[in-house]
Design a binder for this molecule. Structure first.
Ligand code: CTP
Ligand code: CA
Length: 230
């Protein structure tokens, strides 16, 4: 099908988006990271810019991606760097989107020298400290009227379905919209296409049809524009 022509319905609207994964150092050469490609956040930034938004993209680690045209890109590595950059980018923004895969924990101790193995010493144990929940902070700090969008990649388990977990996360985070990706079976991580739901704090739940990350981006911005109009 022909891609739909994009409306200029975000003209002049300031948007802050995070994308990609964070890396938490263990020593000068090692880190704890994740498999986020950054493609979803970049697609969101590209679509927003095409619809007229002034976009700041706070980018963690990603696969090789072209910089979206007309977007200000701020590169970060750790969750703490992403946190500082997102608070800065969110200040003037009407819309804030947390699409990054932020590490929940960081090594409690970062070795200044490369960690060595030794036959006389026990193997090391990595202790972890909790990172700040950036999305929850952005929700707490937001100016009246600012729209905050979160992402969740969920699997169903013995405690509930993908949607059960997602509804609980939306309530817990307090954001206006939660974009839910159903993961497992190779979906969402390192793939071009993903499907899910858009959950809104007013209880609205819309399925997102299987399509490209650009199409998901269009669905997210359609929902945000709907909120902006109210
Ligand atoms: N997020 C964040 N800061 C963190 C962790 C997550 O801002 N330290 C954001 C993500 O960018 C995403 C949303 O919170 O928009 C949900 O992330 P997710 O990992 O699904 O939620 P968590 O609260 O970390 O819960 P879980 O235990 O399921 O990982
Ligand atoms: Ca998490």
């Amino acid at each position: 099908a022909e891609p739909r022509a994009l409306p200029r319905d975000l003209e002049g609207v300031r948007v802050a988006i995070s994308a990609g994964g964070t890396r938490e150092p263990l020593d000068p050469v090692r880190y704890l990271g994740n498999r986020s490609s950054g493609k979803q956040g970049y697609a969101l930034a590209r679509v927003a810019a095409q619809r007229g938004a002034e976009v700041t993209l706070v980018a963690g680690h990603t696969v090789e991606l072209p910089e979206p045209a007309g977007v200000t890109v701020v590169k970060v590595s750790t969750a703490e760097e992403l946190r500082v950059a997102m608070h800065e980018a969110a200040k003037p923004a009407e819309i804030v989107v947390m699409a990054a895969a932020v590490a929940d924990f960081r090594p409690a101790n970062v070795s200044g020298a490369k960690i060595k193995k030794s036959d006389d010493q026990p193997d090391p144990v990595i202790m972890l400290d909790r990172n700040a929940d950036i999305l929850a902070e952005l929700v707490t700090d937001r100016a009246p009227g600012q729209i905050v969008v979160g992402f969740a990649a969920e699997t169903g388990d013995e405690h509930g379905s993908v949607l059960d977990h997602a509804r609980a996360k939306l309530r817990r985070k307090g954001c206006d919209l939660l974009v839910v990706n159903a993961v497992g079976d190779g979906k969402a991580f390192e793939v071009e296409d993903n499907a899910g739901w858009l959950l809104a704090s007013d209880g609205t739940e819309r399925p997102i049809p299987f399509g490209s990350k650009a199409q998901l981006g269009v669905a997210v911005w359609d929902a945000v524009v709907g909120l902006l109009k109210r």
